[in-house]
Ligand binder design. Structure first.
Ligand code: SAH
Length: 253
């Protein structure tokens, strides 16, 4: 019997934001593998084994999933958001490339999910309406100098920047340093969106000008989005302002 490995995105949190394709894969799975809080989002049922692991064991987790599949199991590796964005899909292919040659012949599929930057953008308006980029602020897997170089280049090129993993107990100063660097390039008025736990009951979304943005507002479930020089705020009397970036920029020939 041939097994399979599906790596699936569970979206930002809400059940309604899980795609029907991912729900169908979860319903057919024999095993769920992933970081404990994501595995906990898949309901228990007869015939389903849930294997929760620590956040830092991504390669081991991928190898474990592949070995289960060679035994004929139908494994779903779960990620939050989209599995291809700073998540398990790349770890799976890294394990496949370096691992047993038989692994690459398995039935392997990646099922997309709604990434935090898209859930955030939809909540507040259309900040990603023009060119944008996504940067993982964590320096666990790359040197901090690389992060700074990319932040500087992105701000100088006037991209809207979605910052994932902005802060954690082990990385307390990086976001403050990122704001300082961006303030040396952008006007202080550029809007910064702090979006925490989007689509969850504890969702919170605030906008501050770059000149007043403070890292204390962010936690591990916050996506920080820094506007470009063109990003605009539409104030509303409720205080729930819209933020958008026009689709055009400069002279168009
Ligand atoms: N694969 C995920 C990202 C994993 S990295 C995706 O595509 O969304 C984890 C980071 O994602 C967090 O530190 C935070 O920056 C962001 N994030 C995940 N879920 C979020 C949510 N519901 N609201 C805001 N940010 C979220």
């Amino acid at each position: 019997m041939t097994g399979s490995v599906v790596v699936a995105g569970l979206g930002p949190g809400a059940q309604e934001l899980i795609t029907p394709e991912v729900s169908a894969a979860l319903a057919l799975a024999t095993d769920i593998v992933g970081y404990a809080p994501y595995v906990a989002r898949v309901a228990e049922r007869d015939g389903l084994q849930r294997h929760a692991s620590d956040n830092r064991e991504e390669l081991d987790r991928a190898g474990f999933a592949l070995r289960l599949a060679t035994e004929g199991r139908h494994v779903v590796i779960v990620s939050s958001g989209d599995p291809g964005v700073f998540a398990m899909a790349a770890a799976l292919f890294e394990a496949i490339e370096a691992g047993d040659p038989s692994w690459r012949e398995l039935d392997i599929r990646v099922l997309p999910g709604i990434s935090a930057m898209f859930a955030t953008a939809a909540r507040i308006g259309a900040p990603l309406g023009h060119d944008f980029c996504a940067i993982n602020l964590s320096d666990n897997l790359k040197p901090w100098e690389t992060v700074e170089k990319r932040l500087r280049a992105a701000a100088e090129a006037d991209f809207v920047i979605a910052l994932y993993n902005p802060i954690s107990k082990a990385r307390p100063w990086q976001l403050g340093r990122a704001f300082e660097l961006l303030r040396s390039i952008h006007p202080a008025s550029v809007p910064v969106i702090f979006a925490t736990a989007i689509s969850d009951p504890r969702e919170r979304i605030d906008v501050a000008p770059l000149g007043e943005a403070v890292p204390q507002r962010a936690d591990m479930r916050t996506l920080v989005m820094i506007g470009s020089s063109q990003t605009r705020i539409i104030p509303r009397s409720s205080g729930a302002d819209f933020v958008y970036t026009p689709r055009f920029s400069g002279a168009v020939s």
